[in-house]
Design a protein around this ligand. Structure first.
Ligand code: 4AD
Ligand code: MG
Length: 464
């Protein structure tokens, strides 16, 4: 059996020929005239395929007339132009094999609107809904576009480790990886746990970022990127934070902050353009049902330059706004999401790249500027979401790096290999990290980050 995808059938592939499709039933309408209209989805397209089943089919009375939402089937028949409204082609069934029934009383996904909250508890079945199917297809198209952007520009895709001994962001928000028995850990004589006895013979964690390892490859191979899951044990219960999320991190040798910002801007535009081009039906759905501004927002962004501001300019703008923000505006304090949203939504009305943050609020690896108090950092902010990209030019001077590590109380010995890049053939280099889920949120208009990853991990929740 050669299965035709519904996306292909709806595009007319195999018209007036016999084809076989498989899928899950969405709706069933049994007509008085002794035939039934069954619509099915197979995930390949947003739209459903209508199957017309005549009463003369041998299992019409026993099975077809009793189909309900969620049943699975294989249907073979002739693909014909549809007489009815709402679809281009339909299948005149010659055979319908019902593979699995779905009890109508208990099947959780009924043909009605379910709340996203309810569907989170049914995360294993929610991809069968319009919304979650569309999110999955958009996320897929974005992942493809990410690889394409870097591959077209000669970047090497590298795989950085998930288990690591270093804390890239220095924020201590790491999940420990251990095989020690928590009830009876080996002790070190001082009442502490002896991690020397642990699986790796030392303390290890799930990575918060692949950046440090990506830097080592950039400082050998030029332009590289890593794209994988990252983990943060930050107790942030917001619609924009996950404990496990996907990040794409390019790293470029012989690149400064401006070059970094230029790549980030064309990268974001490339992703948006690709989704608009390749997922028109899914985007039409998001634009109609989730957020009526998503499509025009993306189109507008593709066509206009991002605003660029220094952190100091941003502070001046926020101060001059006369707004009462939840967190006060003060040079030296990090921008909070209220500040970010004001800048991007109200002040400029499109994405903003904020650069040159105070050194005290940024990680050790960012390049110290000549003023001695800011670093060559950049954040890309977008309306509604705030930060989708964080990046910087890296500190390539060994002595400055060492003093930054000392200030942040990091043990240089732990980062000997990182320092070696500055010891042997150091070069200016820069990179950034784009949060995949926040970008999916922005593109689709989905309000909660838990609804743009198949199985969200958040504080007190790791079901499935
Ligand atoms: O700004 P962050 O922490 O930067 C880094 O990790 C750098 N090492 C990246 C680099 O320069 N190679 O994180 C980068 C992006 C953020 O802008 C945000 O989009 C996303 O990762 N992000 C999160 N997304 C979901 N949940 C969280 N808890 C996130 N933390 C960061
Ligand atoms: Mg950041």
């Amino acid at each position: 059996m050669q299965r035709t995808l519904i996306a292909q059938a709806l595009a007319g592939r195999g018209v007036n020929e016999t084809i076989t499709v498989g899928g899950w039933v969405r709706t069933v309408r049994v007509s008085k005239g002794g035939f039934a209209f069954v619509t099915i989805s197979d995930g390949s397209a947003f739209d459903l395929l209508q199957i017309v089943a005549g009463g003369d089919l041998p299992n019409y009375d026993s099975e077809i007339a009793h189909l309900t939402a969620g049943c699975s089937l294989l249907a073979t028949g002739t693909l014909v132009p549809s007489q009815g409204k709402g679809q281009s082609y339909e299948l005149q069934a010659a055979e319908i094999r019902v593979l699995g029934r779905a009890d109508a009383e208990t099947y959780p996904i009924q043909q009605k609107r379910h709340s996203f909250e309810f569907l989170r508890a049914q995360a294993h079945l929610r991809p069968r809904t319009n919304t979650f199917g569309a999110v999955a297809r958009v996320r897929n198209a974005m992942s493809m576009a990410i690889h394409e952007f870097f591959q077209e520009r000669g970047f090497l895709y590298i795989h950085t480790p998930i288990i690591t001994a270093s804390d890239c962001e220095g924020a201590g928000q790491m999940f420990r990886v251990t095989t020690l028995d928590p009830a009876h850990p080996p002790t070190d004589g001082d009442g502490g746990v002896d991690f020397g006895e642990d699986f790796f013979g030392r303390r290890t964690n799930l990575t918060v970022s692949g950046q440090l390892e990506a830097e080592t490859y950039a400082c050998a191979l030029g332009n590289v990127y890593t794209f994988g899951p990252t983990f943060r044990a930050e107790n942030s219960n917001t619609a924009r934070h996950l404990a496990e999320f996907w990040m794409v991190e390019p790293e470029m040798a012989f690149c400064d902050l401006q070059g970094n910002a230029d790549v980030a801007e064309s990268f974001v535009k490339h992703i948006f353009r690709a989704v608009l081009e390749r997922c028109p039906a899914d985007m039409a759905f998001f634009n109609e049902r989730i957020d009526t501004t998503v499509r025009s927002t993306l189109e507008h962004i593709i066509d206009s330059p991002f605003e660029r501001l220094t952190y100091s300019e941003a502070i001046d703008i926020l101060t001059a706004s006369g707004r009462q923000f939840e967190y006060p505006v003060r040079w030296g304090a990090d921008l909070q999401s209220g500040h970010e949203r004001y800048l991007t939504e109200e002040h400029v009305g499109r994405p903003v790249i904020v650069t040159d943050y105070p050194a005290t609020i940024k990680p050790f690896y960012m390049r110290l500027s000549d003023d001695g108090r800011t670093v060559a950092a950049m954040d890309v902010l977008v309306p509604k979401i705030g930060e989708i990209i964080g990046g910087s030019q890296r500190e390539e001077r060994l002595d400055v790096l060492a003093s930054r590590m000392a200030v942040q109380q990091l043990d240089e010995a732990d980062y000997w290999w990182y320092a070696d890049l500055r010891r042997y053939g150091t070069v200016p280099h820069a990179g950034f990290g784009l949060g995949l889920e926040r970008t999916v949120q922005f593109v689709t208009g989905m309000a909660n980050i838990r609804d743009v990853i198949p199985y969200p991990r958040t504080p007190r929740s790791a079901d499935f």
